[in-house]
Design a protein around this ligand. Structure first.
Ligand code: SAM
Ligand code: SF4
Length: 327
């Protein structure tokens, strides 16, 4: 369905849990999130019903995210439910990957189409530092497993933070050259744990690209990469994978934004960075009919802001964190 700006809104990102097995410094507080009853978050059946309704208003692509989606019990069952919805032609997952290797076959068998792994560093001690409790070997085992199973495309999300991993840009580019991996460099956004965020730590996509160009010839639009969304992709001449740049801070892509988002608690949002949200859980649990839910989706799409205001410092008063909205 087209919104008031003429954007075709066909992509729903769902945070299926706000809990996580890691504590990335820029995303989650050390103590994690408050443990409340299971009733607080949508059940798998409720999520599936909402996706069915969303499909009626034009949603075709769904991404499961979190928190860490792989800690949600029975995620494969949810994948199966969504797979049964004929209109949904693309079902993807964003994960830190640490639990993935042992679940890979099950997830694929259930009908997952695509996977994005988050990986900010290739150095074990730095991985432990940034995630506070993760092990790099678990993340790399996951990526190797995805490649072994010939999952295509395998994307890596790398948030660049000056002073932390800017000296690894070339190592990531080398990885994209040597293996069929699609590395997406993401500009650091003022959302999440703001004590860690700092404007001076942002590395713009153009800086990153210029650095990579010193070693590799970048070819724009060399290959079609499924689900290329806001990233601008370049293949590296002679290489196997690609590098992509996601530039929410230096060059917002709101004019091409095709997504809406749902939190684990069932709050529907038109934008990562807008405060407006509508409570689907209350509607669901007070007997809303599909038509009532459909109207909530329509209202959210129609009220989708024309652009985010991340650069104007709204982050400081953002009460929803990245692990709640799903990135
Ligand atoms: N736990 C899963 C993972 O890490 O992939 C899914 C949820 S996580 C919130 C989704 C993505 O958001 C990750 O790639 C993470 O690095 C990114 N992210 C979190 N906080 C961010 C920030 N302040 N700026 C840019 N990206 C951020
Ligand atoms: Fe967890 Fe992902 Fe946030 Fe890291 S970025 S704390 S893995 S939700």
């Amino acid at each position: 369905m087209f919104d008031t700006m003429g954007r075709n809104i066909n992509y729903l990102r769902i945070s299926i849990t706000d809990r996580c097995n890691l504590r990335c410094r820029y995303c989650m507080p050390l103590e994690g999130v408050e443990k409340l009853g299971h009733d607080r978050i949508l059940s798998l059946e409720e999520i599936a019903r909402l996706v069915r309704v969303a499909a009626q208003v034009g949603i075709r692509k769904v991404r499961l995210t979190g928190g860490e989606p792989l800690i949600r019990k029975n995620i494969s069952q949810l994948i199966g439910y969504i797979r049964e919805i004929p209109e949904i032609d693309d079902l993807a997952l964003t994960t830190n990957g640490t639990l993935f290797a042992d679940m890979a076959e099950e997830l694929w068998g259930a009908g997952l189409d695509r996977i994005n792994f988050s990986l900010d560093t290739l150095v074990a001690e730095k991985y432990k530092y940034i995630t506070r409790q993760g092990r790099l070997e678990d993340a790399t085992r996951a990526i190797n497993k995805a490649l072994e199973l010939k999952m295509e495309p395998v994307k890596i999300n790398t948030v660049l933070i000056k002073g932390f991993n800017d000296n690894e840009v070339m190592d990531f580019a080398d990885l994209a050259y040597n293996r069929p991996l699609h590395i997406r460099f993401i500009e650091f956004m003022p959302i999440g744990d703001l004590k860690f965020w700092n404007r001076e730590n942002i590395i713009s996509s153009s800086e990153t690209m210029n650095l990579i160009k010193r070693k590799y010839k970048l070819i724009e639009g060399g290959k079609t990469i499924k689900g290329s969304g806001p990233a601008k992709y370049y293949t590296l001449e002679g290489g196997q994978g690609s590098v992509g740049f996601i530039s929410p801070m230096s060059n917002h892509f709101c004019g091409e934004c095709n997504r809406i988002r749902m939190t684990a608690e069932g709050k529907l949002r038109g934008c990562l960075y807008d405060k407006t949200e509508t409570d689907l859980k209350v509607a669901l649990r007070t007997g809303a009919k599909d038509e009532d839910l459909r109207q909530i989706f329509l209202k959210t799409i129609n009220a989708k802001p024309d652009k985010h205001n991340m650069n104007s410092g709204w982050g400081a008063e953002n009460h929803r964190k990245m692990y709640q909205i799903g990135g």
